[in-house]
Design a protein around this ligand. Structure first.
Ligand SMILES: Cc1cc2nc3c(=O)[nH]c(=O)nc-3n(C[C@H](O)[C@H](O)[C@H](O)COP(=O)(O)OP(=O)(O)OC[C@H]3O[C@@H](n4cnc5c(N)ncnc54)[C@H](O)[C@@H]3O)c2cc1C
Length: 471
């Protein structure tokens, strides 16, 4: 058997990006995936005839905003981005809503006295997105390409979103901050959540928050097709448990959680490195419901009905209370709920007249509590009559997620807790993609820049391998 240059274990967006980077550099690459198809978090299932649901990711601000993925010729491989005019909306009581349009002008029109402050905070980051993304979506410890811009972003970002919110006095501007900070899966009082909020806000106006026509699985197939066109091979349905399961290769790149790297590579890794991986902390889990509806969601606010992404949780204080409850290991009665309604732009998701909508909330790691009623109550609060339209529900619990994909430990969808220490040391500050062995690399969302579909973890890990043993 010939020795490959690289085997990639796992074919999430990071595994595929790592494989494409190495194959494009002329190396022989084989990808081994435990599931029945490639993609990891990029997975679209047909739940019933004509009902196509994204099991995980649906909205891709950081894919189109990624210095690597966005530069790939994915249109040649069947990927069509659909970008809404409204990046996201956040309904408030009384039929009001905060709306982040792709256009910053349209957005500030709805922010009253906060218009100027919002524009001065977010405008420069959005207009220099390409420069910002190169530094922020890279390894944490590196010489920045744009030090002044990064310093401006970083100094404010180190603070909490609760601190950032104080710059604004309207419910609307504060809600925009809360919804974006909520993606961190941290209490909104945590240091570093201001960076998450400002990055998500800037992305809303830079490249927008698009879907892929046909679902996330089309993006996975497009990446696989590009990879195969570069000469690489892909094998599905083969879960790796030990190194003996792998074909001979100069390097192994793991698109897995750190615990699996330890378990699979075992004593080939130093004891100190394994101990460090053992200290890596997972974040809370998620509880998700896919709803098939007999019509569109009857949002009280008309702009919310046009948004693909909706942040549901009410005021900044209510969202903050919900996330603090989860961080304390409890379930929120009024959770912060993320809603995606892809049918607003993409008619392929459900039969004519129907809409497929997903909604998830954060829950403690490995939670088994049924959160369906709490999620529905929150949506109903801003969309009276929602419950009457539900034709069918499909639930995925924390255990359901982990059963689908072992990286989603305890239902954690971010590849590990996002607290400040692990934003910097993911899983370690220096050489995060390398391990204690020259042969093994880590490329999953448990490395910088963390969760989300951007492929940057995979791309940087592959570059580390290409500079090292594959040079
Ligand atoms: C419900 C939900 C909603 C989300 N929404 C969004 C969104 O809208 N936008 C966004 O940008 N991000 C979203 N995300 C996050 C995003 O999906 C992840 O951050 C991203 O997929 C991480 O990519 P990855 O390559 O690191 O790992 P994953 O996508 O988790 O892929 C890892 C792959 O490795 C395989 N694997 C693991 N262990 C082994 C093994 N031992 N042997 C063989 N194969 C193995 C798994 O089967 C899996 O296919 C969401 C996630 C979830 C769960």
């Amino acid at each position: 058997m010939t020795t490959l240059d690289a085997v990639v274990v796992g074919s999430g967006p990071n595994g595929l990006a790592a494989a494409i980077t190495m194959a494009a550099a002329g190396r022989s690459v084989h990808v081994v995936e435990g599931a029945d198809r490639v993609g990891g978090g990029l997975r679209t299932d047909e739940l019933a005839p004509g009902v196509h649901r994204d099991h995980c990711a649906t909205v891709f601000p950081f894919a189109v905003g990624s210095p690597y993925l966005a530069a790939l010729p994915l249109a040649d491989h069947g990927v069509e981005w659909l970008t809404p005019d409204i990046s996201f909306a956040h309904p408030l009581d009384g039929g009001r809503a905060a709306v982040a349009y792709r256009s910053i002008d349209a957005t500030v029109d709805g922010l009253g006295v906060d218009a100027k402050r919002y524009r001065s905070l977010i405008g420069p980051l959005a207009s220099r997105w390409d420069d910002l993304a190169v530094d922020v979506l890279g390894p944490v410890v590196h010489l920045p390409d744009h030090p002044l811009l990064l310093a401006r972003f970083g100094v404010r970002g180190m603070r909490s979103s609760a601190h950032l919110r104080k710059r604004f006095s309207t419910d609307e501007a504060q809600a925009l901050v809360a919804g974006c900070a909520g993606h961190s899966v941290l209490p909104l009082q945590s240091p570093g959540t201001a960076a998450v909020a400002t990055l998500f806000l800037a992305s809303a106006h830079a490249r927008g928050w698009p879907l892929v026509r046909g679902g996330a699985g089309v993006l996975a197939s497009g990446l696989e097709s590009l990879l195969v066109s570069l000469g690489a091979t892909v094998e599905t349905g083969r879960r790796i448990n030990t190194l003996a399961d792998l074909p001979p290769a100069k390097v192994v790149v793991f698109d897995t959680d750190p615990g699996q790297v330890s378990a699979i590579a075992g004593t080939e890794l130093s004891r100190g490195y394994r101990r460090m991986l053992g200290r890596f902390q997972q974040g809370p889990g998620v509880y998700k419901v896919d709803f098939l509806l007999d019509g569109a969601v009857p949002w009280a606010n008309a702009a919310v009905a046009e948004a693909v992404t909706v942040h549901v949780g009410g005021s900044f204080d209510e969202c903050a209370a919900a996330e603090a409850t989860v961080a304390a290991g409890n379930h929120a009665d009024q959770p912060f709920v993320l809603v995606a309604q892809p049918g607003v732009l993409d008619a392929t998701r459900a039969p004519t007249g129907h809409h497929l909508v997903w909604a998830y909330c954060h829950v403690p790691s490995a939670s088994t509590l049924d959160m369906s009623a709490a999620i529905e109550r929150q949506i109903e609060r801003f969309a009276p009559g929602f419950g009457d339209l539900v034709v069918e529900r499909w639930v995925t619990t924390t255990h359901g997620f982990e059963g689908l994909n072992p990286n989603l430990v305890g239902g954690d969808i971010t590849g590990g807790a996002n607290h400040l220490r692990q934003l910097v040391a993911r899983p370690r500050a220096r050489r995060p993609y390398a391990t204690s062995s020259d042969r093994f690399f880590l490329c999953s969302a448990s490395t910088p820049p963390g969760g989300g579909v951007h492929g940057m973890c995979g791309h940087h890990a592959a570059l580390a391998a290409l500079r090292g043993p594959l040079a």
